[in-house]
Design a protein around this ligand. Structure first.
Ligand code: NDP
Length: 290
């Protein structure tokens, strides 16, 4: 039976470290990191995510601003708000909650955020840095997965890692972070042939597909580490991941539950990025003699 990886515990551990560091920095500088979160429209899941990000800011001792804008907000209005926040010295991170309404182009919006305030690490310049392995901002969800592996002393080096999913937010940066830690990485997607043959090779299997019960026990090697990134809603309204937890936990050595696995980690990594952004700002102003 697999050991359950407790994302809530690890997330709290990280947030406590951030909180302590923030307190120390506040004593030195008199200021704290600031995060602005923008939500456009009425997506109920997005409202929950934004509320959780606000709560995490409060926990860590950050300053936060949240903007809940109506569905009818124009792209121009949103860009104007981003421009104001780009110029606001109290704001170190700007996060625009995805998905955006169809009339707003997400790429244009992401590109409008200054790279040094892009705490989601979605801006092409930050994405490029992740590829090079020379980054300040962590890709939040994949970095959260790496922290879970580290906390549970699961060594990645030399391991066969299979990532199912190749999105820009999860699958691709996940593969990069595993590669930077010397894993042998295979990325699967909807055109992958004989998927189960590939996944059964995995010492570490990361699933980011978005289909409930997608990964079944026959797709998993005995003793594999199974990380479930998926967040899906069942017909009864309850959350579930991409993995058939009940059958897979009997075969795996470690497994993340949904909820309570990768989800809480994404938010702690966002807090980590906001703190990093703040520290870089303080360093820049010290270098400029301000
Ligand atoms: P996307 O829809 O952008 O990507 C899904 C990926 O799964 C695609 O690459 C797609 O392949 C692949 N896929 C779909 N069907 C199959 C199939 N039959 N076989 C193999 N691969 C398949 O989703 P995201 O990456 O944004 O998110 C994935 C899941 O993770 C979602 O449930 C999302 O809610 C969750 N999520 C959780 C987060 C957290 O904090 N825990 C954060 C972000 C996302 P192709 O490219 O060929 O279409």
């Amino acid at each position: 039976m697999a050991q359950k990886i407790d994302g809530k515990e690890v997330s709290l551990f990280i947030k406590d470290k951030i909180k302590n560091e923030t307190e120390k920095l506040k004593n030195k500088t008199g200021s704290v990191p600031g995060l602005a979160v923008i939500l456009v429209g009425n997506d109920s899941a997005s409202h929950v995510y934004v509320r959780n990000k606000k709560l995490a800011c409060e926990y860590c001792g950050f300053y936060s601003e949240s903007y809940e804008l109506p569905e009818s907000t124009s792209q121009q209005q949103l860009l104007k708000l981003i421009d104001t926040l780009n110029k606001n010295n109290n704001i170190d991170g700007i996060l625009v909650q995805m998905p955006l309404p169809a009339h707003i182009d997400a790429d244009t919006v992401i590109n409008a955020i200054l790279p040094e305030k892009d705490v989601d690490a979605f801006n092409p310049s930050n994405v490029g840095r992740i590829m090079l392995g020379e980054y300040s901002f962590l890709p939040c969800t994949p970095a959260g997965v790496m922290e879970l592996l580290k906390y549970y002393n699961i060594d990645v080096s030399g391991k066969e890692c299979v990532v199912i999913g190749r999105s820009n937010i999860v699958g691709k940066p996940m593969a990069m972070l595993l590669l930077h830690e010397n894993a042998t990485v295979t990325v699967c997607h909807s055109r992958t042939r004989e998927l189960a043959d590939v996944t059964r090779r995995a010492d570490i299997l990361v699933c980011a597909v978005g289909h409930p019960m997608f990964v079944t026990a026959d797709m998993v090697k005995d003793g594999a580490v199974v990380i479930d990134v998926g967040i899906n809603r069942k017909p009864d309204g309850k959350l579930c991941g991409d993995v058939d937890f009940e059958s897979v936990e009997k075969k795996a050595s470690f497994i993340t539950p949904v909820p309570g696995g990768v989800g809480p980690m994404t938010i702690s990594m966002l807090m980590q990025n906001t703190l990093t952004s703040y520290k870089l700002k303080v360093k820049r102003s010290q270098n400029n003699g301000i």
